[in-house]
Design a protein around this ligand. Structure first.
Ligand SMILES: Cc1cc2nc3c(=O)[nH]c(=O)nc-3n(C[C@H](O)[C@H](O)[C@H](O)COP(=O)(O)OP(=O)(O)OC[C@H]3O[C@@H](n4cnc5c(N)ncnc54)[C@H](O)[C@@H]3O)c2cc1C
Length: 457
């Protein structure tokens, strides 16, 4: 296969086709995951939709595999290319085309940074809810490809709930306009939902239409501490069964609280577990009233203490502590693997018990924190010697088996990519995987779009 360098240079200019190893090195790994690394054939940087479409079509016409790379913050190796793959970097495609206050819509190029869209919407009194922790640097295109989510999923859902439609190129080189501009619409198959979470394997997004909501009028939060881990996890569906619908319901277990204490000058209390609960409301003071009602409902579960956050500064401080958790767990024992799973709400306590049994103190410990309100926890497998890496990996495998046995999912919000490809059959039958391979073939008959991700075809 010859490299179509000259043709690509004609489209984007000589300086935007990167051939040297040192230039293309940044595109060889996920920014959060240095374990998987592979240099692509070359990297092309595009700055307009026309350049993107022309580059994609050129690769497809040459039967050259291609991969769209955005911010590279995915956590499952989705943006890692094989040595024969051309990477198309879309971070330069970052225009917010419109924020339509009449129709509560945003139209964006795929390389728009999530936080930029959220801010632009907020300035118009509108709200784009998806809130992955990487929001300051990940892109909307990457979010759609991964169906990214975050703490607010319990109330607002995932990226899929906000993707109305868009324009994309499929593996035949054809352009499709998919979806709709209304929250409702049952015209034909729901292609927007199918493409959302397809990890760049079915289509390349060139433009996306997103749903916006009115911006809430009030926000308030609290952190509630418990004497044991079961009570906090029990509280997760106890609250929801009693009619509360907070915006976030985050769980932190004892070892993760300890890791945070060691890592930062935390103001969180030393406790066996904690729940961080945030509420928002469409009227002034509504969120604070909801937090008070939640604290009242929790009284029979005997929390040991709580702290409220109602001002902007208090809220910022609380979420800052939360944002340090992953890093704190990385440093706690020196080494860490982390898993992103979800189980049905009623199984959270069973999952926690199973995880504690897997711990092998003092050298290999398992901690849990995350978006418990929707059953999604980030399992932290921490160990103190490099030689324990294989044991930690084995523990991950055991964990995923338990998760599936509990009716959960092995990939809640970080995708399958390369990292979890081998584990897909744990959750899905051979028939279901085969149906997906046939769908892949319909969109991408020559297997040129991000080949080798999710499954081999
Ligand atoms: C510190 C940190 C915290 C995170 N927290 C969360 C979290 O709370 N919740 C959560 O859900 N995720 C989280 N993530 C992971 C999250 O999936 C990514 O941050 C984000 O969704 C990927 O966006 P990106 O721009 O980095 O895409 P990339 O990593 O560049 O790409 C990811 C995938 O999307 C595909 N893709 C990108 N753009 C396009 C396009 N235009 N067309 C077709 N395919 C495309 C790529 O080919 C690749 O397969 C976190 C990551 C980090 C590093």
């Amino acid at each position: 296969m010859t490299m179509p360098v000259l043709e690509l240079q004609k489209i984007v200019g000589v300086e935007h086709v990167l051939i040297n190893d040192s230039d293309k090195d940044y595109a060889s790994l996920d920014r959060s995951n240095g374990l998987l690394k592979s240099l692509p054939l070359l990297v092309v940087r595009v700055f307009s939709q026309t350049e993107l479409i022309d580059c994609v079509r050129l690769c497809l016409s040459r039967k050259n595999p291609l991969l769209i790379r955005a911010a590279g913050t995915g956590k499952s190796g989705g943006a890692i290319a094989s040595p024969t793959t051309i990477v198309i970097d879309v971070t330069g495609l970052n225009r917010i085309i419109s924020i339509d206050t009449d129709n509560l819509l945003a139209v964006v190029e795929p390389g728009v940074i999530l936080a930029h869209l959220k801010n632009a919407a907020m300035h118009q009194g509108l709200f784009y809810p998806p809130d992955p922790a990487s929001q300051d640097y990940c892109t909307i295109g990457g979010n759609v490809a991964e169906n990214a989510a975050g703490p607010s999923t319990i109330k607002y859902g995932t990226t899929r709930d906000y993707l109305l439609g868009g324009t994309a190129i499929i593996g035949t080189g054809e352009m499709i306009d998919f979806g709709k501009q209304t929250p409702k619409g049952v015209c034909g198959f729901d292609i927007a939902s199918l493409l959302c979470g397809s990890e760049g394997t079915l289509a390349v997004f060139t433009k996306l239409t997103l749903r916006l909501l009115p911006y809430p009028k009030s926000i308030a939060a609290c952190i509630v501490y418990f004497n044991d881990e079961e009570s906090a996890l029990y509280a997760v569906n106890y609250l929801q069964n009693r009619g509360h619908r907070p915006k976030t319901l985050e769980y932190i277990d004892a070892i993760c609280l300890k890791a945070l204490e060691k890592h930062s000058k935390t103001t969180l209390a030393t406790a066996q577990s904690a729940l961080m609960i945030e509420c928002d409301a469409g009227f002034d003071d509504g969120a604070r009233q909801e937090i008070d009602a939640i604290l009242h409902t929790l009284t029979p579960l005997s929390p040991t203490s709580y702290t409220k956050a109602t001002t902007k500064a208090e809220l910022k401080k609380l979420w800052h502590e939360r944002s340090l958790l992953s890093e704190a767990c990385t440093h706690y024992m020196g080494y860490k693997l982390s898993e992103d799973i979800a189980v049905p709400l009623g199984k959270l306590v069973m999952l926690m018990r199973a995880v504690k049994e897997m711990s092998k103190p003092p050298h290999l410990m398992v901690g849990l924190f995350g978006h418990a309100g929707d059953g999604n926890l980030h399992v932290q497998i921490m160990f103190d010697k490099a030689e324990l890496a294989a044991a930690a990996q084995e523990l991950c495998h055991e964990l995923l088996i338990v998760v599936v046995r509990l009716g959960g999912t092995i990939a809640a919000e970080h995708g399958i990519g390369l990292k979890k490809k081998a584990y897909l059959p744990l959750e899905q039958s051979a028939t279901l995987i085969d149906v997906q391979k046939r769908i892949k073939k319909a969109f991408d008959p020559h297997n040129l779009l991000n080949p080798g991700k999710i499954f081999d075809v």
